[in-house]
Design a protein around this ligand. Structure first.
Ligand code: IDP
Ligand code: MG
Length: 138
């Protein structure tokens, strides 16, 4: 059993894909252990995207992620970290495999519909940014 942090990004919220995206995760057998609608602040963005600070796309990414609400979720399941990233598809939606969430619902490399943690350490770190333990129901 693993937990991973998923964000349904502001583009997908604005495009009304919340239901479709959640359905994809449910169809793949993941459990929604936590979920909330919220707006990312620059401070939260700097914590969450710490590894990307200083990269050429960072400022645009933060502008996009903080401009409108997003949904934060904890998904649980066997190998959830790797499997959710497979369901999400490649970062660049043009390179994402058919049937993946990014192929179906993303607008661009930045506005790519969803986020998912990429390792056990990052999943733990990212979940703690968005949720306290009493808000998570495995
Ligand atoms: P990931 O979300 O697939 O793990 P990361 O490399 O961790 O991809 O990048 C974090 C986010 O930053 C991406 O999901 C995307 O929104 C944005 N991003 C990454 N690379 C680029 C780029 O080359 N141009 C514009 N935005 C990018
Ligand atoms: Mg990443």
């Amino acid at each position: 059993m693993e937990r991973t942090l998923v964000l349904i990004k502001p583009d997908a919220i604005a495009n009304k894909y919340i239901g479709d995206i959640i359905k994809h995760y449910e169809n793949e057998g993941f459990k929604i252990s936590a979920m909330k609608l919220m707006q990312m602040t620059e401070k939260i963005a700097a914590k969450h995207y710490a590894e990307h600070i200083g990269k050429p796309f960072y400022e645009n990414l933060v502008k996009f992620m903080t401009a409108e609400p997003l949904i934060a979720m904890v998904l649980s399941g066997e190998n959830a970290i790797a499997r959710v990233r497979e369901v999400n598809g490649a970062t660049n939606p043009e390179k994402a495999a058919e049937g993946t969430i990014r192929k179906l619902f993303a607008e661009s490399v930045t506005k790519n519909a969803v986020h998912a943690s990429d390792s056990i350490e990052n999943a733990k770190r990212e979940i703690a940014i968005f949720f306290s333990e009493i808000e998570i129901f495995d």
